[in-house]
Structures are given as structure tokens and as C-alpha cells.
Ligand binder design. Structure first.
Ligand SMILES: N[C@@H](CCC(=O)N[C@@H](CS)C(=O)NCC(=O)O)C(=O)O
Length: 192
């Protein structure tokens, strides 16, 4: 049994929720109030951040990108990384450089000047990539899609960003939302 220390509003935790759901992993969810964190939570992650997962008898594991990779190795089916090493590296690079999307997203949330243009440019880069391949992970859905979709969903549903100008991205999101794991996350975002 795995425990997930979670915050529904957290897009990093969303990555982990989605991977757990895609792989059908049974999980106990402990919601952490980030505005009033329990002192014991710092024993799970000295940085005090969610997400953290904990397998019974194992040390707690923070950092969403590391957790996604761990879950992929621990529960290989269904695979969420491509087989080809170059494709795997390309998927990992998108996650490693997630701040290409998240920095403009948070700037937009803070209503900084020029943020809208920067966020649109980030969406434009993803749209161009999705014009060449059906998923950010390559030919198949996978971790790069899971790694970035939480911010795209939140931008659309919480910040009112229109995706009409990004047809390949809008089509990708529509396909992703047909997956129960992503639809569930969209439901969480709608209720925030
Ligand atoms: N690099 C971390 C970032 C996690 C993160 O920033 N979580 C936020 C919530 S979305 C958090 O716990 N913030 C509380 C804090 O920074 O004190 C990851 O990928 O897991």
C-alpha cells in the first residue's frame, strides 16, 4: 500500500495522482493543509512540500518528477515512457524543463506584466510540438503528457486561458480528457 501526501490544488501532486490512477495503484491519500502544515510532515519532506509518497516500511519520497519515475519502475504496466532511449530522453527533457511552461503560468497567476504573452509563447511551443507528434511523450501518451497537463488544465479552467489559438494543443487536451485519470483531475480542478 502506498500513501500519498497530497494537496488537491497542487499541480505537482496532480502528476502523481494521474500516474497512480493510470497504473491502477491502490493508494491512501492524506490531504495536507499547506496553509497550516502539521509539524510531522517535515519528517516526510524537510522542504515541507507536497507531493510525497510513502510505501509501507520504506523512506518517504518527495519530488513529483522523481516519484513519477519511481512509480514507472515499480509498476511498469501500463508503460508511461517510450521504449526507445532517445524518445525516453525527449520525454524526460520536457519534464526537466517544465519551468518553460510553469514560470509563465505562475507569472500569469500573479498577473505580472507581459505574462500573458510569455504564457501564450509557451503554449505555442507545445502546440508546435503536438503538430508533429500526437503526444508530448511521442507516439504514445506518457509521462511528459502527465508532467505538463496539470498546468494546462489549470490555465484553462482557473485562469480562463482560451486554447482556440492552439489547435494541436486543444486537440491533445481533448484526447487526454477522454482518459479517466485525466478526467478525474479535470474534475478536481473544476471543484477548486
Ligand atoms: N519540485 C516539487 C515542487 C512541489 C511544490 O512546489 N509543491 C507546492 C504545492 S503545489 C508546495 O508544497 N508548496 C508549499 C511550500 O513551498 O512551502 C515537486 O515537483 O514535487
Amino acid at each position: 500500500m502506498i500513501t500519498l501526501y497530497n494537496a488537491e490544488r497542487c499541480p505537482y501532486a496532480a502528476r502523481v495522482r494521474i500516474v497512480l490512477a493510470e497504473k491502477g495503484i491502490e493508494v491512501e491519500v492524506v490531504e495536507i493543509d499547506l496553509s497550516d502544515r502539521p509539524a510531522w510532515f517535515y519528517d516526510k519532506n524537510p522542504k515541507g512540500r507536497v507531493p510525497v509518497i510513502e510505501e509501507e516500511g520504506e523512506r518517504p519520497l518527495p519530488e513529483s518528477a522523481v516519484i513519477m519515475e519511481f512509480l514507472e519502475e515499480r509498476y511498469p504496466e501500463p508503460a508511461l515512457l517510450p521504449l526507445d532511449p532517445a524518445d525516453r530522453a525527449a520525454a524526460r527533457l520536457l519534464i526537466f524543463r517544465d519551468d518553460d511552461l510553469t514560470d509563465p503560468y505562475y507569472a500569469l497567476r500573479r498577473e505580472e506584466e507581459g505574462a500573458r504573452e510569455q504564457f501564450d509563447a509557451a503554449l505555442g511551443r507545445l502546440d508546435a510540438l503536438l503538430g508533429e507528434q500526437p503526444y508530448l511523450s511521442g507516439a504514445e501518451y506518457g509521462l511528459a503528457d502527465v508532467g505538463l497537463v496539470p498546468w494546462v488544465l489549470r490555465a484553462r479552467d482557473m485562469l480562463g486561458v482560451e486554447l482556440d489559438g492552439f489547435p494541436s494543443l486543444a486537440d491533445w487536451l481533448a484526447r487526454l480528457e477522454q482518459r479517466p485519470a485525466i478526467a478525474e483531475e479535470a474534475g478536481i480542478v473544476a471543484a477548486l
